[in-house]
Design a protein around this ligand. Structure first.
Ligand SMILES: Cc1cc2nc3c(=O)[nH]c(=O)nc-3n(C[C@H](O)[C@H](O)[C@H](O)COP(=O)(O)OP(=O)(O)OC[C@H]3O[C@@H](n4cnc5c(N)ncnc54)[C@H](O)[C@@H]3O)c2cc1C
Length: 347
């Protein structure tokens, strides 16, 4: 069937990728009444190091050094996730956070987060460790990907979305598979470096490795803001905390690097000795390795007309795919609606 035989709203929107970006986008499109098919090599529940979404922390933290538009994407994500936190099955939880700053906040710092976060306050002298310049306390959101991805899978299927497990070599292969569709969303993360008709050379792998420490003391988040990159992200529903972090550009080795793990435990102990003992028992430790889909110049979120089709690109989210996810999904929904409008209002 040619694409013109099917009215626009019935043509499935094809999403390449079923990580947090593809799945969050499918949910938002389906809720708006669109028909959606996700095509991906890895699906919720899979545990491959190149499936970044399985390994994220994942905490909502206001990023510093980003544009007003990017802040709004994060703020939108916060709004949606706060709503999801009402449902324990979503894997999203509200937790108390303490953030310590090595330096006083400069221009374009993380301070904008206080316009979004609940219960934000500056810590008093003595409430934060003496080697820091200042500190903040607030409520934030943590997403447990081991629960959230299966939850999204179920939500998408319940709303009528379809998951197809398949690796493709190019976007062209998808056009041939779905000739009736006119909108294709490329949410393939690092895959965009390798797709024959994308080959985005700005994309690069950035290895992350975290320690999971099993403890019931798992309701508080700690974040060190400055040169040293250390966090303790609680996972109340998995009865533990995630310690990190590290960013290793162009490293894709799957094996756990124990020197890094030991350093992360030592840093986490210095940050929150009340939660992380100096020598946590080995039987309570496990390790997480994942490859972030990073991109020189930042992520892509744009629309292109390619022949009769529209291709929306949404990849390259590096270490912040969860923090941007639902904001990106809402933006893609608006882009799809714009194409719909052009199809409905024919001259
Ligand atoms: C250790 C670690 C900690 C992190 N902590 C945080 C955090 O605290 N907060 C935060 O916001 N983010 C965090 N991140 C980053 C976050 O995990 C990523 O930004 C996010 O998961 C990217 O999602 P994505 O959907 O773009 O990509 P992915 O999850 O990698 O999904 C890509 C999808 O595309 C599919 N695909 C690719 N190529 C093809 C192809 N050719 N054919 C078919 N399918 C294809 C894949 O199979 C997969 O389904 C962390 C990452 C790591 C590794």
């Amino acid at each position: 069937m040619s694409m013109h035989e099917l009215p626009f709203p019935q043509r499935p929107v094809i999403i390449l990728g079923a990580g947090i970006i593809g799945c969050a986008t499918a949910r938002q499109l389906l809720r708006a009444g669109f028909s959606v098919i996700l095509v991906a090599e890895f699906l919720p529940g899979d545990q491959n190091i190149f499936y970044a979404s399985a390994w994220a922390g994942a905490a909502w933290h206001a990023a510093g050094g980003i544009s007003p538009d990017q802040r709004y994407l994060q703020a939108t994500t916060h709004r949606h996730m706060r709503q999801m936190a009402l449902d324990v099955e979503s894997g999203v939880c509200i937790v108390d956070a303490q953030e310590y700053l090595e330096q006083p906040p400069g221009t374009n710092s993380s301070l904008w987060g206080k316009s979004v976060l609940s219960k934000f306050r500056e810590l008093e002298l003595g409430e934060y460790p003496p080697n820091f310049s200042t500190g903040w306390a607030y409520e934030t959101l943590v997403t447990d990907p081991t629960i959230h991805l299966p939850y999204l899978h179920k939500t998408v299927v319940t709303l009528g979305g379809q998951f197809i497990r398949k690796k493709v070599e190019s976007l062209g292969e998808l056009y041939r598979l779905y000739p009736e569709s006119s909108i294709f969303i490329n949410a393939s993360g690092l895959g965009s470096k390798f797709l024959a008709d994308v080959q985005d050379e700005a994309c690069y792998p950035e290895r992350g490795q975290n320690v999971f420490y099993r403890t019931e003391n798992c309701r508080e988040l700690y974040f060190r803001n400055g040169q040293e990159y250390t966090y303790i992200i609680p996972r109340p529903l998995s009865h533990g905390v995630v310690l990190g972090g590290v960013k290793q550009r162009d490293d894709v080795s799957p094996a756990v690097q124990m020197d890094i793990a030991r350093d992360e435990i030592a840093r986490a102990h210095r940050l929150a000795p009340n939660i992380i003992p100096e020598n946590p028992p080995e039987e309570n430790l496990s390790y997480i390795v994942g490859i972030r889909p990073s991109r020189n110049g930042g992520f892509r979120l744009d629309s292109e007309k390619i022949g009769d089709r529209v291709v929306l690109s949404a990849y390259g989210f590096g270490g912040a795919g969860y923090a941007y996810s639902y904001g990106v999904a809402d933006t893609l929904l608006k882009m799809v609606q714009k194409v719909e409008e052009e199809n409905v209002v024919v001259s």
